[in-house]
Design a protein around this ligand. Structure first.
Ligand code: NAY
Length: 296
């Protein structure tokens, strides 16, 4: 696969009120993302609550998204798990259903103790889907694993034949830039913090994965277009708007908060699973008022 450019939506998993997966919404959700101009979807990740689901459910959800996408969007399947054996099962399954790429976070209970140890773990997962590009999912604030990513590329690059790059979800833009430039830009380093998309583009980001692209992609695409055309002030202004929306979002638990936004937009994606909670009707109403004041 060539380097990925454009926006990839970190898709939410729709649940019924009783917590079962709501498959019925997936095709329409995917159609909306195609219409909004996304390049791909990232399923069963953080926002898709992958770590809250069983392996069988994750396979079902991945399959439903791949089928709904019908090759109109790239489908990245997140296969990270605390058990390497489960991650390998998910990886092999993603390859068998025709996904376009896989990605995995570091184990987050017994954590890797060195970059070598992290690379060894990722090598085992990547080897279960040798035909798919593999992206290490670097998200230290959720996994608690914050290793040096240049060191990771140095060790994992030669050891993992299908290593495509990193899904880089951290604020260290200088390290992000170094990863982009490592070995003349050999690896695809996708950026994962939506509120820092414009600064990330300034240091070279071409592709990004994020949750808010699910409901605000057209706004970000305006920012990207302006930036590409050298209209930096215009890009800054449209980006500032999403920074403000996200600033309000982060006053709430972010995944429930974004499911509430989706609900406001007519998409009832249901509750989150424990230990995540769902916004109370009062909190949702307050958030709705705040977004209305921003004309969102
Ligand atoms: C995923 O796996 O769902 C993601 O890609 C996560 C990306 C998001 N980061 C986190 C920590 O959830 O999109 C971002 C994030 O929601 C956004 O930048 C708002 O902070």
């Amino acid at each position: 696969m060539e380097k990925v450019t454009g926006l990839i939506a970190a898709a939410f998993t729709p649940f019924h009120e009783d917590g079962a997966i709501n498959h019925s919404l997936i095709p329409a959700l995917v159609d909306k993302l195609v219409e909004d101009g996304l390049r791909g979807i990232f399923v069963c990740g953080s926002n898709g609550e992958g770590p809250n689901m069983t392996t069988a459910e994750r396979m079902e959800v991945a399959e439903a998204f791949v089928k709904a996408a019908g090759k109109r969007l790239l489908v990245f399947v997140h296969v990270g798990h605390s058990s390497i054996a489960e991650a390998r099962t998910l990886a092999a399954h993603a390859q068998s259903i025709g996904a376009d790429a896989i990605s995995a976070v570091a184990a987050f209970y017994f954590k890797p103790t060195s970059v070598q140890n992290l690379a060894d773990s990722m090598a085992q997962i990547a080897a279960a889907a040798p035909e798919l590009p593999f992206y290490y999912y670097h998200i230290p604030h959720l996994t608690g694993v914050g290793m040096d990513m240049i060191e990771f590329l140095r060790i994992a690059g030669p050891a993992i034949p299908n290593l495509a790059g990193i899904k880089y979800t951290a604020t260290s833009l200088h390290e992000y830039q170094s990863c982009l430039e490592y070995e003349n830009g050999k690896f695809d380093i996708l950026f994962g913090l939506d509120e820092m998309l414009l600064p990330a583009m300034a240091v070279g980001a071409k592709g990004a994965i994020g949750s808010t692209y699910t409901f605000a992609a057209p706004l970000y695409l305006k920012t990207i277009e302006a930036f590409k055309n050298g209209k930096v002030e215009e890009a800054r202004a449209s980006h500032a708007y999403m920074v403000e929306v996200i600033r309000y979002l982060l006053r709430y638990p972010p995944i429930p908060g974004q499911k509430a936004i989706m609900q406001m937009l007519g998409w009832d994606l249901g509750p989150c699973r424990l230990p995540l909670t769902t916004l109370s009707p009062e909190a949702s109403a307050k958030f709705k008022g705040e977004l209305a004041r921003l004309n969102f």
